[in-house]
Write a protein that binds this ligand. Structure first.
Ligand code: NAD
Length: 483
């Protein structure tokens, strides 16, 4: 048993220490696959937050990470990766139960978290500035400095891997970090504190606090003691955070929602498309910001594609995450109601339910894998993020029409092109309004490829070398040599 639990209560990791917190009643955490309690999580209140802020500031002032030899900081991060792997088995079972995802997906989260620490650990000593030629009378160079205290707010759909996605580059750059865990599944993430502790990350350099978003989260992001906000979550919360950041002018990174479209041309391989659709919209019960939420298909392939998509959806095995089925519950009763309600608007706007369409009659919060066909691109169901196992299919006739439709929402996170014509793939990819475009494989790419949004999907980039530059600011040193 790791340190994060005591008497069935998951605790806050406060600057290298474990505390129960002063935030009132513990958060009851539920298993969405059974609709039964799975554990409790101590909330951090005002005093705990104040201590986290103080200790983070002290860590920045001491230069715990920033003044460490960069290569030593990199090695420290590699130790964190090792310790994450050491807790992964225990952590994955907990994460599976509290989030509803499959055990395999939970194991993948811990593995991905370890890989983020390896990737950014490897670049900790390569954050190099530039020398700028100004002629013989000047020497001029830039350095990348850490911001100081980075406040990071994490969503519930991938709590462990998303936390690591932001924490690893933040640490590599030398920041102290305070993470606010998501209410629905905070326990697996609390365990990350154990890995940090065992790897001997300096106390104060990282805290992981549990609490309610509009309470603890709102107080953290509004604090004048932080130097940066990294937010991953919904558009509405992102907007509230940006408003809070406006007064102190806190630099912010926003990774928000999506309504991403796959554009399937007449020469696409339908087997390839079905493979991508299976993970694209049914992985993690569709609760993926970059899910394949819309499938736009050339009319010549459309009927066949809808028929195969419906057969795929109807053929998925359903079960508790621990059984590793194809299809798992959504994260909460509230999420199920939202997904079902939004899906039910499809019929009124003229769409056809090709598969699913309603919750499944079994314990837990299961939405049937759902394929909506003939969806009007202007309808609510095609415009709003559902965040569940529901995709919207619509036919198109021309390339220009497909591009306009794909770009026709307020979002722009990812997009996809399915075609065997390379020239068309490049041409269409260039026109799609998205931070990342997949060709012939949804979710292609990985931790090394930059990821982030356009429009209401947010700004800034996570993953890859690109992400490092969200965690530093540039300073220019201009020196006159004229004496
Ligand atoms: P959410 O916005 O409800 O909550 C996200 C986090 O913000 C939680 O930790 C929550 O406690 C906290 N929060 C809520 N109100 C707050 C406030 N006023 N101030 C500070 N923090 C607050 O989102 P969610 O339901 O947890 O996650 C789902 C959303 O996240 C979806 O829209 C999804 O697309 C998006 N998402 C985006 C990415 C990405 O990388 N672009 C990745 C995963 C999820």
């Amino acid at each position: 048993m790791t340190q994060h639990m005591r008497d069935g209560l998951a605790r806050n990791y406060l600057a290298g220490d474990w505390v129960e917190g002063d935030g009132g009643a513990a958060i009851a955490v539920e298993d969405p696959g059974l609709a039964e309690p799975v554990g409790d999580c101590a909330q951090a209140g005002e005093a705990t937050l104040a201590r986290a802020l103080e200790t983070a500031r002290a860590s920045v002032e001491r230069g715990d990470l920033a003044d460490m030899q960069p290569s030593a900081r990199g090695r420290l991060m590699l130790r964190v990766a090792q310790e994450i792997r050491a807790i992964a088995d225990e952590g994955a079972v907990m994460l599976c139960r509290e989030s509803g995802k499959t055990l395999e997906a939970a194991q993948d989260e811990f593995e991905e978290a370890a890989q983020y620490f390896e990737y950014y650990g490897g670049v900790a000593d390569k954050i190099e500035g530039k020398s700028i030629p100004l002629g013989p009378d000047y020497a001029d160079y830039t350095v990348y400095e850490p911001f100081g205290v980075s406040a990071q707010i994490v969503p519930w759909n991938f709590p462990v891997s998303i936390a690591a996605r932001s924490l690893a580059p933040s640490m590599a750059a030398g920041n102290a970090t305070i993470i606010k865990s998501p209410e629905l599944d905070p326990i697996g993430l609390a365990m990350l504190g154990t890995a940090l502790e065992r790897a001997e990350v300096p106390g104060g350099a990282v805290s992981i606090l549990n609490g309610i978003g509009p309470d603890l989260g709102a107080r953290l992001v509004a604090s004048s003691e932080i130097d940066q906000i990294v937010f991953t979550g919904s558009v509405t919360t992102g907007q509230a955070i940006l408003r809070a950041a406006a007064d102190p002018v806190t630099p912010s990174l926003m990774e928000l929602g999506g309504k991403s479209a796959a554009v399937v041309f007449e020469d696409a391989n339908l087997d390839t498309l079905m493979g991508s659709l299976k993970t694209g919209i049914f992985y993690n019960a569709g609760q993926v910001c970059s899910a394949m939420a819309r499938v736009l298909v050339h009319r010549s392939l459309y009927d066949a594609a809808v028929e195969r998509a419906a057969a795929l959806a109807n053929g998925l095995s359903v079960g508790h995450g621990l059984e590793n089925p194809d299809h798992t519950p959504v994260a909460s009763a509230q999420q199920l109601t939202r997904v079902e309600e939004l899906t039910s608007t499809a019929r009124q706007s003229g769409a056809r339910i090709a598969a699913g369409g309603a919750r499944l009659d079994r314990p837990g919060y299961f939405m049937a894998p759902t394929i909506l066909a003939d969806v009007d691109p202007a309808s609510r169901v095609a415009q709003e993020e559902i965040f569940g196992p529901v995709t919207c299919m619509t036919p198109f006739d021309t390339e220009a029409e497909a591009i306009a439709m794909a770009n026709g929402t307020e979002f722009g996170l990812v997009a996809g092109v399915f075609t065997r014509d390379l020239a068309r793939a490049h041409r269409v990819a260039a026109k799609l309004r998205a931070g990342q475009v997949f060709v012939n494989e949804w979710f292609a790419g990985g931790i090394a490829t930059p990821f982030g949004g356009v429009g209401k999907s947010g700004f800034g980039r996570e993953k890859g070398l690109e992400a490092l530059y969200n965690y530093v600011r540039t300073k220019n040193i201009a020196i006159s040599l004229k004496g």
